[in-house]
Design a binder for this molecule. Structure first.
Ligand SMILES: [Zn+2]
Length: 208
């Protein structure tokens, strides 16, 4: 129990702003090379599926390495899930952090509700802005691809309900620069030449 509390505290100190543009205004600009030198994997070989029900479609409205806001110099996707829409595991793994105590309407940075899942290659995905009280998994639980994790919400630094989805190289840091670019094996819709999803495009979740 003690170890779990320590782990939770470590996570809380590592959690950074997800989507908002409010924080970090005085940080040094990232080298252009961070985003430009990272390679996406071929979607056909991707171990990831889009994190919603097969047959459902959502628009990716803020993508990787935006020039402004919380996605600046980082790899992350914002999907337009509505309040209460199911959020599913993108890949098989183990739940390593859960919190769902924060309100859906206080818009305070650091008040995001999250599920973090670690995969067998040490990568981690965060599912963020979940609805208060909606987490359906616990730390230590193993999930399969498509497992129900919780409900989309508007917690933390968020202008409206959506899902912030971000992959990291490993659990050593959840800083922007430890993020990694990923593709999806079952996203039906236009993708960039790199395989990345494109802002403003709606993606239908195919069977997998
Ligand atoms: Zn975001």
């Amino acid at each position: 129990m003690k170890n779990r509390i320590v782990l939770s505290m470590l996570f809380l100190t590592r959690l950074l702003a997800a989507c908002g543009g409010g924080g970090g205004g005085t940080t040094t600009p990232a080298p252009v090379s961070f985003c430009s030198t990272q390679a996406f994997t071929d979607p056909a070989q991707s171990p990831y599926v889009v994190p919603w029900n097969v047959g459902a479609s959502y628009t990716m409205f803020q993508g990787n390495c935006s020039s402004l806001g919380g996605h600046r110099d980082t790899f992350a996707y914002d999907f337009d899930l509505a309040m209460g829409d199911p959020v599913l595991a993108s890949r098989v793994g183990e739940v390593i952090f859960v919190n769902d105590e924060f309100s859906d309407d206080d818009h305070i940075e650091g008040h995001e509700n999250n599920v973090f899942i670690e995969h067998d290659d040490d990568t981690v995905i965060r599912y963020t802005h979940l609805m208060q009280g909606s987490a359906a998994v616990v730390v230590g639980q193993n999930v399969i691809q498509g497992s129900f994790l919780g409900l989309a919400g508007n917690s933390g630094n968020s202008a409206g309900p959506h899902l912030h989805f971000q992959a990291f190289k490993d659990r050593s840091s959840f800083d922007k620069r430890n993020s990694i670019p990923i593709t999806f094996v079952n996203a039906i819709g236009q993708v960039a030449a790199s395989g990345a999803l494109v802002e403003g495009i709606e993606y239908l979740a195919d069977t997998f």
